[in-house]
Ligand binder design. Sequence first.
Ligand code: HEC
Length: 164
Amino acid sequence: MKNLLVKATWAFLIVSAVLAVGTAIAGIEFRGTISGDVLEFSPDTDGPETEAVKKFKETGENPYDGNLESAKAGYVIFSTACAGCHGHLAEGKLGPALSDDYWTYPKNETDKGLFETIYGGANGMMGPQRGRLQIDEILHVISFVRSFKDGKSEAAPAEHHSEE
Ligand code: HEC
């Protein structure tokens, strides 16, 4: 009887270890903000696996956050890909402001959540940016979005006040 228990314990430990290793190899799972389904990556359009992309896929944290040069590069991408709907300074227009700390989807407080919303899209006009932007570009845009303090970002040129 005791033997059986020992065996069962071992079986449990082995299964847990295999599962843990499997998860570690696969990295973390990204899920669509609306659908909740696992987001499949698209190697054809995701762009190069930069160091930052690799790290992000493992940790869900954006290595570019807090880097002013990254945020500036992110602003340039944001200007063409997002500003038309979210405003030059992410102050909100057709889409909501991204420069404040209110989120329709609370998970956007995390880089993983924000990536999932940008890469996989949300409702209505907020289409998936997968296929339009490479993952490394999205990480730059995220570092721009994270660079706001009290609705202002050093990464955005001052002359771009919301005149539209
Ligand atoms: C065609 C217009 C359009 C474009 C282009 C667009 N968005 Fe959006 N975005 C929207 C709309 C509309 C919503 C609101 C959707 C919703 O609530 O589900 C939204 C929602 C979002 C949200 C969720 C905000 C929250 O409060 O939780 C994020 C984050 C976001 N967009 C980021 C971006 C980024 C970054 C880009 C550029 C890469 C971009 N969007 C491009 C229209 C757009």
